[in-house]
Structures are given as C-alpha cells and as structure tokens.
Design a protein around this ligand. Structure first.
Ligand SMILES: CC(C)(COP(=O)([O-])OP(=O)([O-])OC[C@H]1O[C@@H](n2cnc3c(N)ncnc32)[C@H](O)[C@@H]1OP(=O)([O-])[O-])[C@@H](O)C(=O)NCCC(=O)NCCSC(=O)C[C@@](C)(O)CC(=O)[O-]
Ligand SMILES: NC(=O)C1=CN([C@@H]2O[C@H](COP(=O)(O)OP(=O)(O)OC[C@H]3O[C@@H](n4cnc5c(N)ncnc54)[C@H](OP(=O)(O)O)[C@@H]3O)[C@@H](O)[C@H]2O)C=CC1
Length: 425
C-alpha cells in the first residue's frame, strides 16, 4: 500500500526549528494551537502537573525530536522521541532511511492481553485448589468483568484464567493469572481492579489466604514484533553485514554485552514510550524480564538471507496505551500521538517495536564499523560546548573545532571558547 505522505525528509535536521515544525504540522495536520504548544516551554501547566502526581513543586522538561524516514507496514510515520541523549534520534532516522531501500519495517502483534496475578497462600492441597479454581473459571471471569463494563462493551475484559503452583521459600503457593484484554489502555488500573475484586471469590473457592493482587509487567501475551531487510549495499557491503553478525553473536553469548545491546534498543523504545505519556518503567521491566526468560538474551535477532542482505527482527512486550494513564492528561503526549497518527494501542506498540529494531541496527552498524564515538560524540559535542559556557553562534564554532580535532573534551571546549572570545573582544 503506497503512503499518502512521505516521512523521507532529506536533510530535515539541517532545517531551522521553525521549518521542521512546519513540515511536521503539514504531515500530521496539527492545529495552530498544537504547534504553539510544541514551540513554547512550560506546555505542561503546573495545574495539570499538580493533578498528575503528589507534592508538585514544578515541571521538568526534555526535548522532543522527530525521527524521519520510517516506513512501517507500507505507511509513512514521523516518530516523536523524548530523550536526553544526543545521537539517538539521528541514529533512528539513519537506520529507517536504510531500511526503506527494501520496503521498511513489517510488524505484527499478539493483541493487548495483560496478566493480573492473584497470590494464594495457606493451602494444604495447592494442586487440588488449582483444579477448583479452573473448574470455577467462568464465575471468576464474570466477577472480573463486572468491574469494567466499559472495557467489556469495547470487546475487552477478562478472557481466561490460568493457575500455577509454585515453590517458594514460604512453601507452595497457588498463583492465578487473569488474562485481560485491555484494548487501547496500558491496562494496569483496569487489571488491578479486577484482581482485587476476584480475591474474595478465590479465597472462598480455595479456602486459602490471598495476599498480592497486581498486574504483571512480564506481558508475554502482549508482544509486538517487527522485521526489516537491510540491503547489503545500502548499509555498506558484505563487511558491514559480517561486522553486525559478529556484534549480534557477541550479545547472544555474553550478558555483559547483551545488557548494552538491549540498552541501545531501549533508547528507541523508551523515547517513544515517554513521548506518548506512557509508563516507561513498565516497558523497561517487561522488556528485560522477557529478554531473561531463557537466560539473558538480545531482544533482536540478525540473519543473512540468500542475497547476502541482513534480516533484523525484534520481539518485545510493549504494554502501551493511547487512552488512560497520563496519555490523556499531558497535552504534549496527545500532540505526539497525533503526529504518529496511530488509531490504536496495538498500532502504537508495533511502531515502538520497529523503532527499537531501527535503533539497535544503527548502533550495531556504527559499532561494527567506525565505532560509536564519531557519530555520537560529534552530536554530544554540542552539550560539551554549552556546558563550557558557549552561547548563540559560539556553540557551532566550538563544536566545529572539537569535532575537527577529535578532542571532544570540556577542557578543550573552554580553551576554544576563550580563543573565540579573545578574537571577538
Ligand atoms: C549519528 C549518525 C546517524 C551519523 O551518521 P552519518 O553517516 O554521519 O550520517 P549521514 O550524514 O550519512 O546521514 C544519514 C542519515 O542520518 C540522519 N542524520 C545524520 N545526522 C543527523 C543529525 N545531526 N540529526 C538528525 N539526523 C541525522 C539523517 O536521516 C540522514 O539522512 P538525510 O536526512 O541526510 O538524508 C550515525 O553515526 C549513527 O547512526 N550512529 C549511531 C549512534 C547511536 O546509536 N547512538 C545512540 C547512543 S549510544 C548508546 O547509548 C547505545 C549503544 C551504542 O551503547 C548501544 C550498543 O552498544 O549496542
Ligand atoms: N505495575 C504497573 O505497571 C502499574 C502501573 N500503574 C499505572 O496504571 C496506569 C495505566 O492504567 P490503565 O488501566 O491503562 O489506565 P486507566 O484506568 O486510566 O484507563 C483504562 C480505562 O479506560 C476506559 N476506556 C475507555 N476507552 C477505552 C478503550 N478504547 N480501551 C481501553 N479502555 C478504555 C476503561 O474503562 P472505564 O471507562 O470504565 O474506566 C479502562 O478501564 C498508568 O498510569 C500506570 O503507570 C498502576 C499500577 C501498577
């Protein structure tokens, strides 16, 4: 399916901010008011902030960058990313540009099913209690669904019950899972309400004592998947393919490397999760727990196909919502969702998986070739220049010398600044 508008905007980063914003407005149909909110600082008003969390004394801002070039399932997307780290947005755009050569990213998902856990203790016959719970499945599901008629009317709600007996330091426990379709929400509030509501019924059925009733962030039934074929010539030839395969083999074999490999993936994932007002701790916990199910492993895979191209895949739990939580409260999250143009939480989760794969590919390509420092540090040089005290056009001048000399250090930045100012004055 051909896209109406293209996210392939060459040299987007070279445009002044005003022109970049204009392109985003044209692409996403933002109103004048929304564009104004993006431009000004303090868009999250103190009154809204005071209703989001407790003991508020101010707000804390981070930049929103737009990753360009993303073609996902045949549709063009501009990706808003909220992050403090330089080079992440550039790297995502860079990878997406290379992925376009072979059609971009293709995605799928399992749907929005979350798990609510109920912990049952003090059971003399936990295996018998387990069968009793499964025999009363329909009754438990009905009780859970009474809590959220709205969700049920949308086609969601509690769909199934699982029960496991586990061995713990406090003896055997029966752990019941409510499998809940949360539709377009992240789902924690909805699931927790159900888990608490069914607890007395479960105590009655089992004769045990229920303690914890809470969502699990290991969202194994809410997986998002993406793949892309990276044309070998577009990414720099056979040697680059070989280098990336070696990088992947390293991560697969060594948890010390794997943690950094997955951190690179989360650079992309967390930035979109934050931009859309979602719970980034939930996503981080879920991703690393999923990566650890069979020993800590990379969330991405790489293979070489018969043409010598690199095939990258990702599979990761992505429990995000487009309604509920702070997505509906923070005006900037709403604007970012509009820029993405997503229609459902499922679509958002698949986009996020694609960004995670892009981010990982860009980092591995840099690491396996010239090293991370040239691209990353030349963008980081701006931070160094600003920290050294450079202002206005001094910033670009200091950056230019730092990058040319390949000495991206604070002491050198201060020296250069001194030289620039002495010439001026
Ligand atoms: C930084 C680049 C992209 C430069 O890469 P380059 O080869 O100098 O870029 P280019 O000039 O050939 O441009 C290619 C495209 O990149 C984008 N691009 C290029 N420059 C910019 C810019 N200034 N601002 C925004 N976008 C930029 C832009 O889309 C551009 O296309 P165009 O629009 O021109 O047709 C490249 O070196 C790269 O991808 N590096 C990887 C950097 C990275 O992964 N950073 C993440 C932080 S490091 C980390 O935390 C994770 C890590 C690395 O530890 C994970 C791990 O170990 O696995
Ligand atoms: N471990 C964790 O991850 C935990 C996370 N949290 C927090 O929980 C929050 C997310 O909970 P969540 O349940 O998503 O938020 P909300 O309770 O804000 O939103 C979900 C509710 O929105 C209503 N709704 C309206 N339209 C839809 C739709 N299309 N799809 C789905 N629901 C719809 C539903 O019913 P109705 O209208 O009847 O409300 C639903 O229950 C986040 O702030 C998160 O940080 C909390 C505890 C633990």
């Amino acid at each position: 399916m051909a896209s109406e508008k293209s996210s392939r905007i060459e040299g987007f980063y070279k445009l002044p901010i005003e022109k970049r914003l204009k392109k985003v407005v044209e692409f996403s149909g933002l109103s004048d008011e929304e564009a104004e909110l993006l431009k000004k600082t303090g868009s999250l008003s103190i009154d809204i902030a005071d209703r989001m969390i407790e003991n508020v004394i101010g707000t804390f801002e981070l930049p929103i960058g737009i990753a360009t070039n993303f073609l996902i399932d045949g549709k063009d997307y501009l990706i808003p990313m909220v992050i403090e780290e330089p080079s992440v947005v550039a790297a995502a755009s860079n990878a997406a540009k290379m992925a376009r050569v072979k059609g971009g990213f293709w995605t799928s998902s399992t749907g929005p099913l979350m798990i609510g856990q109920v912990q049952v203790t003090n059971l003399p016959n936990p295996n018998y209690a387990r069968l009793q719970v499964l025999a009363h499945k329909d009754e438990i599901i009905e009780k859970a669904n009474e809590q959220d008629p709205m969700l049920v009317s949308l086609g969601g709600g509690c769909k199934d019950i699982e029960a496991r007996v586990i061995d713990t330091m406090k003896g055997k426990m029966l752990i019941i899972h409510l499998i809940v379709d949360v539709r377009d929400a992240m789902g924690a509030n909805a699931v927790n309400t159900m888990a608490e509501a069914v607890a007395p019924l479960i105590e009655k059925i089992t004769g045990g004592r229920v303690y914890l009733r809470i969502i699990s962030n290991l969202a194994v039934y809410r997986l998002a998947r993406a793949y892309a074929i990276f044309d070998k010539d577009a990414i720099g030839g056979e040697e680059v393919v070989e280098g990336i395969m070696n990088a992947y083999a390293f991560a697969l074999a060594d948890p010390f490397r794997c943690a950094t490999h997955n951190k690179g993936i989360m650079n992309g994932i967390s930035a979109v999760v934050l931009a859309t007002g979602n719970d980034f701790r939930a996503i981080e916990a879920g991703a690393h727990a999923y990566a650890s199910l069979n020993g800590y492993k990379p969330l991405t895979t790489y293979e070489v196909n018969s043409k010598g191209d690199l095939v990258g895949t990702i599979e990761v739990p992505v429990a995000v919502g487009v309604i509920g939580g702070s997505t509906s409260v923070n005006p900037l999250a709403k604007i970012n969702l509009k820029i993405l143009g997503v229609k459902s939480a499922d679509e958002l989760s698949r986009i996020i998986a694609a960004v995670g794969l892009a981010q990982n590919f860009a980092a591995l390509r840099a690491l396996a070739t010239e090293g991370i420092q040239r691209g990353h540090m030349s963008l980081h040089a701006r931070n160094i220049a600003i920290s050294a005290g450079a202002k206005g056009d001094e910033i670009d001048k200091v950056v230019e010398v730092l990058v040319r000399e390949r000495k991206i250090r604070m002491d050198r930045a201060m020296e250069i600044l001194k030289e620039i100012r002495s010439k001026k004055g």
